[in-house]
Design a protein around this ligand. Structure first.
Ligand SMILES: C[S@@+](CC[C@H](N)C(=O)[O-])C[C@H]1O[C@@H](n2cnc3c(N)ncnc32)[C@H](O)[C@@H]1O
Length: 190
C-alpha cells in the first residue's frame, strides 16, 4: 500500500461502502462477508502469515475481488484511513491479554476507540465477539461510557446468540467445543 491516507476509491474502484476486519485469523468470517456483500470493499488485517495464506486461498477459490489484505497490525492501517469511511468494523475474538500488566495491549482501548470513532460512518456498526468474560466486561465498560457508540442489544439473546448475518470463526468453534460460551456485541456509531 502506498504511504499516506489510504485511497479507498483507488483500492476498491467498484465498491460503494467499506468494512474492516481486525485479526481475521483463518479469514473464514472475512471471506463470507465478502461473498455476502460484493459491493462492499473489505480490508482485513492479520500479522500471521498462516492466517493470511488461508485467506488468500479463500479469495482465490471464491474469486473475490472486494478484499484487500494487510499483513500486520490493524492500528497501522486505521490511522491512515480517511474519516467516516467504514460502515462495518469486525473485531472477533481479540487476544484477551488476561494479565493485568498486559491490559494495555488489548485492542479495545481509549486510543483505539478514538480512532474507530473517527473512521466509522454515522450509523456504522462495530461487531465484537469474545469468549473471555473479563474482556467482554472490559470492552463494555469502555464502550458504554463512550457517547460516540451505542450498544444495540435489547434482550439477552441479542448478545448471547450469534446473529444469522454474522458468520462464525475458527476460534469461536474452538471456544464452543471447549465449553466456553461466547458473547456477540454490536455497537452503533452515533
Ligand atoms: C484469538 S485470534 C482470533 C482470530 C479470528 N478473529 C477468529 O475469530 O478465529 C486473534 C487474532 O488477532 C490477531 N491480532 C492480534 N492483534 C492484532 C492487531 N493489532 N492487528 C491485527 N491483528 C491482530 C492475532 O494474530 C490473531 O490471529
Amino acid at each position: 500500500m502506498p504511504d499516506g491516507v489510504v485511497d479507498l476509491a483507488r483500492l476498491f474502484p467498484a465498491a460503494s461502502a467499506f468494512a474492516f476486519e481486525v485479526g481475521f485469523g483463518g479469514g473464514e468470517h472475512l471471506a463470507a462477508q465478502a461473498r455476502a456483500h460484493p459491493a462492499r470493499g473489505i480490508i482485513g488485517c492479520e500479522p500471521f502469515l498462516n492466517g493470511v495464506a488461508k485467506l488468500l486461498t479463500q479469495i482465490d477459490e471464491n474469486e473475490l475481488t472486494n478484499v484487500r489484505v494487510h499483513m500486520g497490525d490493524a492500528r497501522d492501517v486505521m490511522v491512515r484511513l480517511p474519516a467516516r469511511c467504514l460502515a462495518a468494523v469486525y473485531v472477533l475474538f481479540p487476544d484477551p491479554w488476561p494479565k493485568l500488566r498486559h491490559h494495555k495491549r488489548r485492542f479495545i482501548q481509549a486510543q483505539t476507540l478514538d480512532e474507530l470513532a473517527r473512521v466509522m460512518t454515522h450509523g456504522g456498526e462495530l461487531r465484537l465477539a469474545t469468549d473471555h468474560m473479563a474482556y467482554a466486561c472490559w470492552a463494555l465498560s469502555h464502550l458504554m461510557r463512550d457517547e460516540r457508540f451505542r450498544w444495540s442489544a435489547e434482550t439477552a439473546s441479542d448478545w448471547r446468540a450469534r446473529p444469522g448475518d454474522w458468520p462464525g470463526t475458527r476460534y469461536e468453534q474452538k471456544a464452543l467445543n471447549a465449553g466456553r460460551p461466547c458473547v456477540y456485541l454490536r455497537f452503533i456509531r452515533q
